[in-house]
Design a protein. Structure first.
Length: 286
């Protein structure tokens, strides 16, 4: 019988890109570790005034995204994306229109320590964004992004645990605070965002929390890939991953409602903002 997580009125929204999962504290841990389940599909629905506005289906292979297919509310395919890996790390993400025309491409390059050193984002030959990353000896990472308008520079600061905790850019400084398990509990930008987690119902082992398994073993790669500390909440640095149950920024409160099976594998995840359903995920397993 599925267990429904309390829709605790805790904290809030941002944009999500997918699931959370990690370690189960039940007597079934050994069995789960020996034969873990893998995601086969993830269906995402976007709501507007309680009606489905559009949706997508993500197909998985080896617990990693393989293909995203996007549909309008008439169930018509509008575009799709392929995820391409080498040596277990994401190297390309190609987007196509419904008729198969290439419309978008991201390429990722790594150094010999599996750290992202360059991303190239192109939607056409005249619109190419290249971002280069330099790993400095003073525990900082320099980002230099070039596009048609010029250059954008950022600096990321690494704490004593090796995690990015601060970003400095032309608009100011953004910082995050981690808990003892390296989960982000606060982000300070123009305002403050607080994040809450379920400390009782922990995710199963070997489950792709926040799309783990995509960027290799360097724990800051998700932030680097997005070139933003905002991605820290989806980073792969947690030593004990947990289900996020909400976040709050000012008066904006988002509640995340999970439905789990008896082994704590998610069946669904729903995001509510101002008590209105905004996003819904539905999980299918092999």
């Amino acid at each position: 019988m599925p267990k429904r997580k309390p829709s605790a009125k805790l904290n809030l929204l941002l944009i999500v890109l997918i699931a959370l999962i990690s370690y189960s504290c039940s007597d079934d841990d050994v069995a789960q570790t020996e034969s873990p389940r893998s995601i086969s599909k993830l269906k995402l629905k976007i709501y507007n005034s309680n009606e489905v506005e559009r949706y997508s289906i993500r197909d998985y292979e080896n617990n990693r995204p393989k293909t995203d297919s996007f549909y309008n509310n008439n169930h018509e395919l509008t575009s799709y994306f392929d995820w391409i890996y080498e040596y277990g790390m994401l190297t390309d993400r190609k987007g196509y229109s419904a008729n198969g025309t290439l419309i978008f491409n991201v390429t990722i390059s790594y150094d010999n320590m599996n750290r992202i050193i360059q991303t190239t984002n192109s939607s056409n030959a005249s619109n190419i964004i290249t971002t280069d990353f330099t790993y400095n000896s003073d525990n900082t990472i320099s980002s230099r992004q070039e596009n048609n308008s010029g250059f954008l520079n950022k600096t990321f600061y690494i704490n004593t645990l090796g995690l990015i905790h601060k970003e400095l850019n032309d608009d100011g400084t953004s910082e995050v605070i981690y808990d003892a398990d390296n989960n982000v509990i606060r982000k300070t930008e123009s305002g403050v965002t607080n994040y809450s987690y379920d400390n009782v119902n922990l995710p199963p082992d070997n489950f792709p929390v926040n799309e783990n398994f995509m960027f290799g073993d360097y724990k800051n790669n998700r932030i680097i890939y997005n070139n933003s500390i905002n991605a820290a909440t989806y980073n792969e640095a947690s030593t004990l991953r947990k289900f996020g149950i909400g976040y709050q920024s000012g008066t904006n409160v988002v509640v995340i409602d999970w439905v789990l099976d008896s082994d704590n594998y998610p069946i669904s995840k729903k995001f509510y903002s101002d008590n209105q359903l905004q996003i819904e995920y539905e999980y299918t397993y092999e």
